[in-house]
Design a protein around this ligand. Structure first.
Ligand SMILES: [Zn+2]
Length: 89
């Protein structure tokens, strides 16, 4: 039996990996100091959540950063820091 190499087929299988356009949530973002206090994965795995604002953010680093910079979030962070200080004492 003449062995026909199936390289083309193999190449076809591996070359069509989904592009990583939809990254989804990354746990490593939680190790970024600016985000570690509030960033949590959402239930669907495609979005992130701010525990402090109770807001849902797209699971993209740009969106997470954007949320971090919103005034609402900054205010909430201040409030949260204050509350945690109170509860420690
Ligand atoms: Zn927030």
């Amino acid at each position: 039996m003449k062995g026909i190499k199936t390289e083309r087929g193999a190449r076809f299988n591996t070359s069509k990996v989904k592009r990583l356009y939809h990254q989804g949530y990354r746990a490593e973002w939680e190790s970024i100091p600016s985000f570690s206090l509030w960033l949590r994965p959402s239930n669907d795995g495609y979005s992130a959540q701010c525990q402090i604002c109770d807001a849902t953010v797209l699971a993209r680093l740009a969106s997470v950063k954007q949320h971090h910079n919103t005034r609402k979030h900054q205010e909430s962070m201040k409030c949260n820091e204050f509350l945690s200080m109170v509860s420690i004492n």
